[in-house]
Design a binder for this molecule. Structure first.
Ligand code: CA
Length: 235
């Protein structure tokens, strides 16, 4: 994450509101990408990788809640703040259960929005496992994990840039060789907290990670399953 100039997606269908938020955040030194729908968000989030998503709940087509849930089910823990016009407790609780990091009710003051954004960004850089504690390269057979550059380098030089989730998971696993790590612990590393609602999201995230680090993802050598518990890195 570029802490000096964080990049935010602003997903809001109300044009005036979208422009107002983007203008204000730009004045505060942030980079913004305005988007008008959940579909547009899901199309672009994997390539542009913003530091945070401001996500309106009431959108045409898929709702902000649907988009939030989908990202979390995919194992993506990119920070999300929901913008909600409805102030019902139901929406707030549901939003947080869907994996949002925070929510803010409309109408809100620009200063309040900025304070929430800064708080969530601060938390995001201090999530365990995404810290820079791990520095040295780690060899996985012919594959090199370079934590500093957040990438995998394959024999022959092909590279894979790890997503935030892949990096957090792999860093936590290789930092604890031969130690079984529970799903709950990995959830906390990846999502910032354990979620009782979606305990299996970690399995999906591990499946994705294995495609990048295992020669045969069906017969994992490095990231092994510990039945009814979690996963273990075997160097
Ligand atoms: Ca709206």
């Amino acid at each position: 994450m570029n802490v000096a100039t964080p990049h935010l997606f602003v997903v809001e269908d109300d044009r005036a509101m979208r422009v107002m938020i983007c203008d204000y955040l730009s004045e505060q030194g942030m980079k913004t990408t305005p988007l008008a729908s959940a579909e547009e968000l899901l199309r672009r989030v994997h390539t542009l990788r913003p530091d945070l998503i401001l996500l309106d709940v009431g959108l045409p087509g898929s709702s902000g809640l649907d988009a939030c849930r989908q990202l979390r089910v995919e194992g993506d823990r990119i920070p999300i703040i929901l913008l909600t016009a409805r102030i019902e407790e139901y929406d707030r609780v549901l939003g947080l259960e869907m994996g949002a990091d925070d929510y803010i009710g409309k109408p809100f003051s620009p200063r309040e929005l900025l304070a929430r954004i800064r708080a969530v960004l601060r938390r995001a850089v201090t999530v365990p496992g995404t810290a820079t504690a791990l520095r040295a390269d780690v060899q996985l057979g012919t594959l090199t994990f370079q934590p500093g550059a957040r990438r995998l380098v394959y024999e022959g030089g092909r590279e894979h840039l790890l997503t935030t989730v892949e990096f957090a998971l792999l860093a936590e696993l290789v930092s604890n060789p031969n130690v079984p790590l529970s799903r709950e612990r990995l959830m906390t590393v990846v999502h910032g907290r354990a979620s009782a609602l979606l305990p299996r999201t970690i399995d999906v995230a591990v499946m994705r990670l294995r495609k990048h680090v295992e020669t045969d993802p069906a017969k994992p050598r490095y990231v092994q399953s510990i039945r009814n518990f979690g996963y273990m890195f075997v160097p």
